[in-house]
Design a protein around this ligand. Structure first.
Ligand code: DHB
Ligand code: MG
Length: 219
């Protein structure tokens, strides 16, 4: 184990109360060889703290996967708070619904199964109330489209978080042919072009390797 992995484990052991439901989700994922896309526990707690600091009542998540970050976000909500989470893969949505039920958050979480672009357009068309916080974590090549649509579900003060934008250090690489890197690069560039956003990005190391995230606020 390298130092940043050791430190992530120390941070998790020292600052993050063990949660059996969350631990079981990770265990299930490993046993079933699912991708390791879920956030680390320090990052999950970070999202939870961000939602608390923002006093978020309404959170939108793009990319439920198995519901691990969804549960962290739901934990931060007040009694009448809600998470709407979008997931393309039926199998992941089914696992997530089960995980969220076990964790006791079924009343706070709605998973919309389908392409996030379609669900976002449906929410916009239905004049869904704007969200306080939006966690973008779905298909990386589509991040620029997710941003355009997310802005239509935002209001001044909405916090927009973009996961996995540094991608093993490739974000800077204008010559890359990796569609995921190209997607997140255009996303980051569009954050800067948007006159309604103030943004930054931070790089991270830990048990998930070398990555990073953007954070923006709608002004
Ligand atoms: C990938 C996606 C994620 O959401 C993540 O946290 C890590 C990696 C990926 O598609 O490579
Ligand atoms: Mg991610």
């Amino acid at each position: 184990m390298n130092k940043w992995e050791k430190n992530d484990l120390f941070i998790a052991e020292t600052l993050i109360a063990e949660d059996v439901e969350l631990k079981n989700i990770l265990e299930f994922n490993r046993q079933n060889n699912l991708p390791d896309w879920e956030v680390s526990s320090p990052q999950g707690k970070f999202l939870y703290l961000l939602a608390k600091i923002r006093n978020a009542k309404r959170i939108l998540e793009l990319g439920t996967f198995v519901g691990y970050s969804t549960i962290w976000l739901a934990k931060a909500l007040p009694g009448d708070g809600t998470v709407i989470s979008l997931e393309y893969e039926q199998a992941y949505a089914n696992i997530a619904r089960k995980n969220i039920e076990h964790a006791g958050f079924s009343d706070k979480v709605t998973i919309l199964q389908g392409a996030a672009v379609d669900s976002l357009n449906a929410l916009i068309k239905a004049k869904e109330e704007p969200f306080d916080m939006i966690f973008i974590d779905a298909d990386k090549p589509l991040y620029p489209t997710y941003l355009d649509l997310s802005l239509q579900l935002s209001k001044p003060g909405t916090v927009i978080y973009g996961d996995n934008v540094v991608r093993d250090g490739e974000l800077y690489n204008a010559d890359t042919s990796d569609q995921k890197v190209r997607g997140v690069r255009e996303f980051v560039e569009n954050l800067n072009k948007s006159r309604t956003l103030e943004s930054t990005a931070l790089q991270t190391v830990g048990i998930k390797g070398y990555d990073g995230f953007t954070i923006s606020v709608v002004i």
